[in-house]
Write a protein that binds this ligand. Structure first.
Ligand SMILES: N[C@@H](CCC(=O)N[C@@H](CS)C(=O)NCC(=O)O)C(=O)O
Length: 231
């Protein structure tokens, strides 16, 4: 059975939503990143980058086991293996991959840095706060333009590009964003949020979601010496 090594973060939710959408039976292996479980040897054997999500498919290409990390690669793999959530038409397929890469290289990293400097940095760094707030707003503007022209990011079809982007756009108020300023993003978000598989996906491990401030121990694991130790 497919193993999903994960935790309830936006990158984890992408894979939770995909397996729910595709109806794939899977075994969930929780990796508590606040407690440092991402540094355990069994997880490092799957991903040298010690980040969730990762998967192990015992029935990979050629019937051989395949392990994968990087949520974008996982989404492409699952969609192609199951023949859904990625358009078949070549032009639409590349458009889907384009928006998936836009999420992986833009939305994810920039929103992540916004969160870091607004919520976790031990000192106030106004330049970084402003820079990432501007980027978050700019990226919403890019999505708004696209979604004013197309129903979904890839075009007419719901795809892994939407699945990758949706979890990062949840709770916009936490990033100083009001969806009323981005009406097409608001329409798209409500459509995706209403999907039963998406609701099941974001509920996975939800009881473990961090509430309130980070503890010193979590801070050390995520941003201190433990994070940067040579492995
Ligand atoms: N580009 C990676 C990013 C993965 C990532 O940053 N995962 C975070 C949670 S959202 C993580 O595992 N952090 C653990 C750590 O920083 O030690 C992907 O999309 O899979």
């Amino acid at each position: 059975m497919l193993e999903v090594w994960s935790w309830p973060t936006p990158n984890g939710h992408k894979v939770h939503i995909a397996v729910e959408e595709l109806g794939i039976p899977y075994k969930l292996v929780p990796v508590n990143i606040g407690k440092g479980e991402q540094f355990r040897p069994e997880f490092l054997a799957i991903t040298p980058n010690h980040r969730i999500p990762a998967i192990v498919d015992p029935e990979g290409p050629g019937g051989k086991p395949l392990s994968l990390f990087e949520s974008g690669a996982i989404l492409i793999y699952l969609a192609e293996k199951h023949g859904r959530l990625i358009p078949r038409d070549p032009a639409a397929r590349y458009t889907c991959l384009q928006w998936l890469m836009f999420q992986m290289g833009g939305v994810g990293p920039m929103f992540g840095q916004y969160g870091h400097f607004h919520n976790y940095a031990p000192e106030d760094v106004p330049y970084a706060k402003t820079r990432y707030a501007n980027e978050v707003r700019r990226l919403h503007g890019v999505l708004e333009k696209r979604l004013a022209q197309a129903k979904y990011l890839a075009g007419e079809e719901y795809s892994i590009a939407d699945i990758a982007t949706f979890p990062w756009l949840r709770f916009p108020e936490r990033r100083g964003i009001d969806f009323n300023e981005f009406p097409s993003v608001k329409r798209w978000f409500a459509t995706i949020e209403a999907r039963p598989a998406v609701q099941r996906g974001v509920a996975i491990l939800a009881d473990n979601q961090r509430r309130g401030t980070m503890t010193d121990a979590e801070r050390e694991v995520l941003f201190g010496a433990t994070q940067f130790a040579k492995r």
